[in-house]
Write a protein that binds this ligand. Structure first.
Ligand code: TYD
Ligand code: MG
Length: 454
């Protein structure tokens, strides 16, 4: 493209570009997201390519696979979410709300990396070296190889990287870094995209891992999120409720591993501490003897997790009832409610139904279905479920209970946490070893399950 210094308009949400200002983005559908930007870098588009080694075709059979090589930080919850450690040369985006603990997490990670693998460069455009040092003292970090740099110019950061030759790089945050070659403001889509692209080439060229911290705006998106998510290798989100101490690290994309692993931390006075036993925190405040509460044996990735599902069924003030959910999909709840009306004969259309997965986590596996059904029924009939009973199983539209994966692991976790009875899919029972700590009740349908529970 011969375009030179032409003004363009870019959607700050998805990066879509247009010649003129638009009220609504034709790509992502957001309103009022267009901002004026400069079309192209002043020195020509090829400039960033100098970072890349010249490539030529290589025989497939001659490529050395080194996918197994990972740098383990020893922070288990972090390593697990990455798929078993950091892949050298990978570009990782760590997103989250301001104040959730991104800088704290990455400060702790850089401390581990510096003491295990050599020099680490922590670049901060948000805080001064002194502020970072203060946080480091609170976290009791004391590695030899950790270098801090308070800088926002991409070009000067690259100079320092050349000089220092670190083994890992952390950029806190990508929204504060800007390239002098682009005229748009820091944090704009063009800048964020350019900066991420340059770090991608740097990471691949030097085979060092680069972590980009990104703020999520209140709509739940990182500035230019779609533009960023496909550039980087891995996207991690750091989530949690401000009023709770625990934080959840989740992979939304990972070129080097599964995306369903969770890392669970607790924010303490001395930084983030991994939570090896999540079932305990998710069940710690469970009400005993209250209706509308059911405990589910869920799986996140390879890890079992017992969580409480709560439901509140209340007659609606006006007309048709509302359905509100937190932590589970609204459509899933609507479907299960329709199934309860049709197959069990409940009249719920005039009721408000609230379903809440306790602890601020989100689960999208089908085995939570039976827990939703149990909690709604318990609230509707106002009968509590026995506190030592646990459920799991996928529910179909005909009211059938379908088999779930990893049944044996769920069962073991339930027994370990002191549960006595488990109501689960009959189809999972064949070939499964009995557990003398648990009474196992296999069910084929929701009717059977409700009989066993109430
Ligand atoms: P921070 O890592 O600065 O958040 P982010 O980089 O995502 O904006 O952490 C912010 C919060 O964490 C802040 O409110 C203070 C709290 N905190 C602790 O509770 N304990 C600690 O040891 C540290 C360092 C921070
Ligand atoms: Mg921060």
């Amino acid at each position: 493209m011969p375009a030179k210094d032409r003004t363009i308009y870019a959607c700050q949400n998805c990066g879509h570009q247009a010649r003129k200002w638009l009220g609504k983005c034709p790509d992502c559908g957001e309103w009022n997201t267009f901002a004026e930007e400069r079309a192209r870098p002043k020195e020509g588009a090829g400039a960033s390519r100098t970072q890349l080694r010249a490539s030529r075709p290589v025989l497939f059979s001659e490529i050395e696979a080194q996918s197994d090589h990972r740098e383990v930080t020893g922070i288990e919850e972090f390593d697990r979410v990455l798929g078993g450690g950091i892949v050298p040369g990978s570009l990782v985006l760590v997103g989250g709300d301001p104040g959730i603990g991104k800088s704290t997490l990455l400060a702790q990670v850089s401390d581990r990396l510096a003491s295990l693998y050599g020099k680490v460069l922590y670049v901060s455009g948000e805080e001064s070296e002194r502020q970072i040092k203060l946080r480091g003292e609170r976290l009791k970090l004391n590695p030899d190889g950790l270098y801090l740099l308070a800088e926002t110019s991409l070009e000067r950061i690259f100079d320092e990287i050349d000089r220092l030759a670190p083994q890992a790089i952390i950029i806190d945050s990508i929204q504060t870094v800007f390239s002098e070659k682009i005229e748009s403001a820091p944090g704009s889509v063009s800048q964020v995209r350019e900066v991420a692209g340059r770090f991608l080439m740097l990471a691949k060229g030097l085979t060092v891992p680069v972590f980009l911290i990104g703020h999520v705006t209140k709509e739940g998106t990182i500035a230019g999120p779609k533009a960023l998510e496909h550039i980087v290798d891995t996207v991690l989100y750091f989530e949690g409720e401000r009023h709770h101490h625990h934080r959840i690290l989740r992979a939304a994309k990972n070129r080097f591993g599964a995306v369903n692993e969770l890392g669970i931390f607790e924010m303490t006075g001395a930084g983030l501490v991994g939570v090896p036993n999540p079932s305990e925190i998710f069940l710690s405040e469970r009400p005993v003897g209250a209706s509308g509460s059911a405990v589910i044996a869920a799986m996140e990735g390879t890890r079992p997790m017992l969580v409480e599902m709560q439901a509140l069924v209340n007659s609606a003030k006006f007309g048709a009832g509302r359905r509100t959910t937190q932590g589970v999909e609204l459509n899933r709840v609507a479907l299960l409610v329709a199934m309860l009306e049709k197959r069990i004969g409940f009249h719920l259309s005039g009721d408000d139904i609230f379903v809440n997965l306790v602890g601020g986590i989100t689960l999208d596996e089908p085995a939570v279905d039976l827990g939703i059904v149990a909690a709604i029924t318990s609230s509707f009939r106002n009968i509590p479920i026995d506190a030592r009973t646990i459920v799991f199983g996928e529910v179909g539209l005909a009211g059938e209970v379908r088999a779930s994966s990893h049944a044996a692991i769920r069962l073991r976790e339930a027994a370990r946490m002191g549960f006595r009875r488990i109501v689960m899919p009959q189809n999972n029972l064949s070939g499964m070893e009995p557990d003398d700590r648990l009474e196992i009740i296999g069910v084929r349908s929701v009717v059977d399950a409700l009989d066993a529970l109430f």
